[in-house]
Ligand binder design. Structure first.
Ligand SMILES: C[S@@+](CC[C@H](N)C(=O)[O-])C[C@H]1O[C@@H](n2cnc3c(N)ncnc32)[C@H](O)[C@@H]1O
Length: 270
């Protein structure tokens, strides 16, 4: 097993992370050392992102890229980075090897090769904003990754719930996670840049800025009642809110964590 670490300047680290997550959608290990932040991914040779792509993702923030072989029981070490997340005192999003809590709605997520353990700021912000909404009617999780948002939505009461992603690995992971959580989730492949948006009363879209803009541009009536948009750097939130406002969805709430921001948008009749 190989550990590929990219060390970058702290000032630009969150922007680099956004790029790296495109290359390593099931997440990266993060550690800090003074003014340097290190992001690491694990995989067999051939499974890891290509070095030129990693270099391009880091851009001028790059300090160093290092690879080293690690023992094959790496997965047990990797598991330490997937910790349960308590969202709003209502949802307990946990990896399958951690215990459920009787006083929380339980969402057990094995990310497999897909993004979405619940621990990433962008996912958690989405879940927090969803907790503020009435959990009724059809729900679409666009860019579903592991299915974490759609599964949480089904547990909260939305139905029917659809999960959409362009990655086959995400579709597979979301289906398996839905079954493991005992919820109904229709999961299929879908490309945010090409395919029509699903008709849903509530849409959760944890996608990065360019894809959120693509979604905004293709929004057409009937508008969703609520749309939660995440995967934005703080400084991108205003621009994306404006793109949705131009299509008739106005900003009702914004949450921030680290360098990330998420928006709750609403159709005007509500
Ligand atoms: C940041 S992850 C979000 C995963 C999960 N919904 C969460 O909140 O943790 C973004 C997801 O969007 C998917 N994605 C990226 N580009 C896409 C596209 N053009 N069409 C559909 N899905 C896409 C990725 O495969 C990834 O699963």
């Amino acid at each position: 097993m190989i550990r590929l670490a990219v060390r970058v300047r702290r000032a630009d680290a969150e922007a680099v992370l956004a790029e790296l997550l495109e290359l390593a959608p099931n997440g990266v290990e993060e550690s800090e050392d003074g003014e340097v932040v290190e992001y690491a991914v694990y995989g067999a040779p051939g499974e890891l992102p290509e070095l030129p792509d990693v270099r391009a993702a880091a851009g001028p923030a790059l300090v160093e890229i290092a690879t080293r072989e690690i023992p094959d029981d790496w997965y047990d070490g990797w598991k330490r980075f997937h910790r349960p997340v308590d969202v709003g005192g209502r949802l307990w999003v946990r990896p399958p090897w951690e215990a459920a809590r009787a006083d929380r709605l339980d969402v057990a997520i094995d990310p497999g090769q897909a993004f979405g353990t619940g621990a990433h700021h962008t996912t958690r912000l989405c879940l927090e904003l969803l907790l503020d909404l009435p959990a009724t009617g059809p729900f679409a999780d666009v860019g579903c990754g592991s299915g974490v948002l759609g599964i949480a939505a089904a547990k909260l009461g939305w139905a029917p719930v659809v999960g959409l992603d362009h990655e086959a690995a995400a579709v597979e992971a979301a289906r398996a996670n839905a079954a493991a959580n005992g919820v109904q989730l229709e999961v299929r492949r879908w490309d945010a840049r090409r395919d029509p948006l699903p008709a849903a009363e509530t849409i959760a879209a944890n996608l990065l800025r360019p894809l959120l803009r693509a979604v905004a541009e293709r929004l057409a009536p009937p508008l969703p009642r609520h749309l939660v948009a995440s995967g934005l750097l703080r400084e991108e939130a205003g621009e994306v809110a404006a793109a949705f406002a131009a299509r008739g969805l106005r900003e009702r709430a914004r949450r921030e964590a680290g360098e990330w921001a998420a928006l709750r948008l609403e159709a005007p009749r509500y």
